[in-house]
Every structure is written in structure tokens, then in C-alpha cells.
Design a protein around this ligand. Sequence first.
Ligand code: 2HG
Ligand code: ZN
Length: 473
Amino acid sequence: MSDSRPAELARLFPGVMFKTDSADLEYYGRDWTRRWVPAPLAIAFPSCVEDVQGLVRWANTHQVAIVPSGGRTGLSGGAVAANGELVLSLERMNRVLDFDPADRILTVQPGVPLEMVHAAAREHGLIYPVDFAARGSCTIGGNIATNAGGIRVIRYGNTRNWIAGLTLVSGSGELVQLNRGLVKNSSGYDLRQLVIGAEGTLGIVVEAMLWLTDPPPESSVMLLALPSFEALMQVFEGLRARLTLSAFEFFTQRALVHVVAHGAQRPFEEEHPYYVVTEFDADTEEKQDAALAAFSELLDAGLVGDGVIAQSQAQAAALWRLREGITEALAPHVPYKNDVSVRIGAMPAFLAETQALLAREYPQFDVVWFGHIGDGNLHINVLKPEPMANADFVHECSRVTSLLAQALQRHGGSISAEHGIGLVKKPHLSSTRDAAELALMRGIRHAFDPNGVMNPHKLFDGDSTHASYGETR
Ligand code: 2HG
Ligand code: ZN
């Protein structure tokens, strides 16, 4: 018997576009994890706040789960719809609404791609400083849902720091204004901050106020080759003491091999085990000289084996490509992704322990390390060997991730630094959040979404009655 609900939705919401073709269900039902078989009920494309509210209320009445959907570049399964959910795509709510010069606040709809936010900020001589490789495809709504970080966190912090206000349709369909652009607001709970990073479990952001800031001074990009992991944190300390850094990113030789195979240019004749791309202020001759002096010192101390400072914008872009191209270069190898963090001070001990752990547990797999080492955030991608079945691979990686989670717990770290928990890291959330904290999180979720319709079974299991998720395609 065919499902009558999509037709009913189309009748009730004439201003909303709906899609139910199998190709669309497949496309909008998944994110970059590609692990679950997409099976949503339908995809709704509202173009106004009232329709978002109407759809959420309909979902409450009919006990249909909603999966909010932006650019679906997520890496944790937060936007997967594989259980008959209504995907609520914010694709048509993609306008920049306002710029307030006094407060330097840009107000946007949630479906605006990050790159468009950058362009809009530039038009006003300002920047929106959160930035990362998926900028062309991800949306600001998705960035807010995961509290996205990226390559400039070392200087500017995460998405959380730049959200001046949010308009939210809560899980029960109420429209609420959270913080309204105030810099100072000591009037109780900051609900805006609860929504940031909630992975769409509390409601749907229908408008966001973003703080913009002054562009940084002119910068330079430097690529360094390092002989050892131990040198990494010392190089970071050394450069941070002498230069004003806006990025400090690392990757391994294995990562470089994949990016070069994917079309990037090899930077050095010789191979080195580790590399760092760093960007620093270089608007004066003194700062440029300081960079050269710092490089020589690191070279003399044996902490750096080789290096290059970009001499043009094009060369800077080529150096950045070595780091930013990694995710795309690895994608065909169906990587299992880890996105972990510890305090910067805990990094040396955690790195040593994790290196030993993964060498022991993954002797047969290609393991690619990279990430935002200056923020204490490591990405560890494990690549699936060609002949291995996907389910076996995921099972094995989950087993090792449990061990990694125990190490994180010992070092006071987090199982997700910036990608979110979604479905992928849900079994390991308790390594980062204790039972009392999880109980509070459940209570908060229930307060925003009493019927459990908002992205059920993502992040953690709330009190939803909706079908849960099995593993893997
Ligand atoms: C990055 O830092 C992204 O490039 C993606 O967070 C990381 O692919 C990954 O594991
Ligand atoms: Zn990252």
C-alpha cells in the first residue's frame, strides 16, 4: 500500500516543494559518511519560517521524525535519514537578509553556504572567520548544528564564538529568538549556545545573526617538513612564541601520498614523516624576518628538516591544497574517521599513547593522520583495504575506537572535536560525557522537543519512539 503522507503534506503546505523520487531520497538521505542506506519518507523544501513551523507541528501530530538538512557534508551521520523520516532541507532558505554596520552583524538564512557568508562579509570590508575545506558545499545551518571548527580556530575559535543570535523553531514548533545580537546578556540560560552543536536535536535554526570582524593583516604561508612526531608540539610552541599564527595544521607522509596521487604538487624532493602548514601575520618586514629567523632556529635545532615560504598567492594556495585536499583525496578509500581532541598540554602524552595503540591495533590498515594540532584536534582516518567487506571494516574500526575512547577518557579529551557525534560516534559518547551530564542533556532535549521528533537517535538516544538505526550499508 502506498504511503499517503507525502500527498497529504503537499496538500497542506502548497508553498513547500516536496520530492519523493528515489534518486532524491537517496541524495538527500545521506551525508558524506555514505554508511547508511538512505530511506526517508520525503524531502520538504520550505522557503519561509511559517512553513518550517507548520511542518514541525505536523511531524509532532503525526509522530514523524524530522532530519534537518543543510549541505550534508557532515562526517558523523548527523544528517542521515534512513528510517522513513521527513528530511527538512533548508536549501531554499538561502538568502543573506541584513547587515547591521553598528553591530557588524550579518543576518542570514540557514541554507546559505559558508562561502557565500564569506563573500557577503567581504562586501562590507569585514570577514566571517570560520573557514574550512567544505566551504563551498556546507551551509551555515549545518555549521551551527555541529559547532564547526576548521583551520582558523587557533586564532578565532569555533562557530560558537561568532553567533550573535539565533531564531529557532523548537521541536514543538515554537518560534524563539535566542540572544538577539546582544554582546552582553546576563539574563539567565544562554539557550543560543545550547542550540549550537546540538546537531538538530533541539529544533531548526531558521535565521542566524553572525558577528563579523576586521580582516587580519597580510599573511604568509609556510610548509615545514618534520622528522618526528615529538618535534610537532615543539615546533608549534617555537612558532607560537615568535609569530602571530592564524593556522597551524599538520599531516603525515601517508596523507601527502594520497593528496599527490589526487593531483596536488609534491612539495619537496625527499620524503619526510610529518608536515606542517602554518599561516602567520607578515605585514611588516620585521614579521617576515622573524619568520625566517624562527625557521633557521628550528632547522638548527633539528626540529625541522626542510621548509618553504610561499612567494605568491598561487604558491600559498598550492601549499594549502596539500592540507585541505586530504579529505577529498581519501574519500574513494571509504575512510573510517576519528576526530578527537585533548587539551594542548595533554597532546604530547596522548600522541605517544595513541601512536602506539594504533600501530598495535591497526597493523594491516593504512592509517592517515592530520588535523588542527594547534587546537589539540587530530583527525585519524583509517582506510578500508580493498577486499574487506564494509561491515567487517566498520566493526573492526569501532572496536579500536573504543580503545581510543578509553585513552581519551584518561587524557580528559573528547571523542568529537568538531564533526559532531551523529550516529558514528554515538556508541562512544560516554567516554566524553559522564552519566550525570548525559542525564542533563536528555532533560534539555526533552524540554525543547517533548515528542522526540527532532533528529531522533542522533547524538544520543532521547525519549523518541521512532525506529532506531542499524549499522552500515
Ligand atoms: C578537515 O579538517 C575536516 O579537513 C575533515 O575536518 C577531516 O576528513 C576528515 O577527517
Ligand atoms: Zn578538521
